[in-house]
Design a protein. Structure first.
Length: 202
């Protein structure tokens, strides 16, 4: 429902009437007001006018609602965000055991007990970094699970290259993969991939 309101704001560079929101979302004007109030509490700056409706002025630095609008496939249809937690992987494993759907994403601004390969500590301060885990349920043999790490590293490297392309830098940021799970830029570590698995015994 929140994504629907944000999508309408993005479609119009101006005010969207409460009547139009009510009609398109199939809820009452009172329910629209409550949704707007909730969005404001989440950090959205929304101007309200009795005659014109509502207008989006500013979005928060991080917006789950806007991320969901960008989702085109299975990954990210369900996004769980925490300001702070022990580890996104830990929460993701707990949720996976409870049966959450394939492609669910866990994101945090800060990790208190972030970890890397072999149980190494992963320093995870707030702001400016991406701490994210994706729950996948691939139909593969457990012995092939290591391939997910390589595939994830390649996908992340491509995403960084593509997102950093511009007129003065047409090829994008050059990202290399340090076997088996580190993303490197100019010999400095940009990120890492930690794949953890639980499987059913046959």
């Amino acid at each position: 429902m929140f994504e629907g309101i944000i999508r309408m704001f993005k479609e119009k560079d101006g005010f969207v009437s409460g009547e139009e929101m009510s009609r398109r979302l199939g809820i009452t004007r009172s329910a629209i007001w409550k949704k707007i109030k909730a969005l404001r509490e989440r950090g959205y700056e929304i101007e309200g006018s009795t005659a014109k409706g509502y207008r989006l002025i500013k979005t928060p630095e991080f917006s789950v609602e806007e991320l969901k609008i960008l989702v085109k496939g299975d990954f990210g249809k369900e996004i769980i965000f925490r300001e702070s937690l022990d580890s996104t992987n830990t929460l993701a494993m707990e949720l996976a055991e409870k049966g959450v759907s394939h492609g669910t994403v866990v994101i945090a601004d800060r990790q208190l007990k972030g970890r890397g390969r072999l149980g190494r500590t992963w320093f995870s301060p707030p702001q400016g970094n991406i701490y994210m885990s994706v729950i996948v349920r691939p139909e593969i043999e457990p012995k092939d699970a290591a391939l997910l790490t390589i595939m994830s590293a390649i996908s992340c490297a491509r995403a960084v290259r593509n997102s950093t392309r511009n007129e003065s830098f047409p090829t994008g940021l050059e990202v290399n993969i340090k076997w088996p799970n580190d993303l490197m830029v100019s010999e400095r570590k940009l990120g890492g991939i930690l794949t953890e698995m639980k499987s059913d015994q046959d």
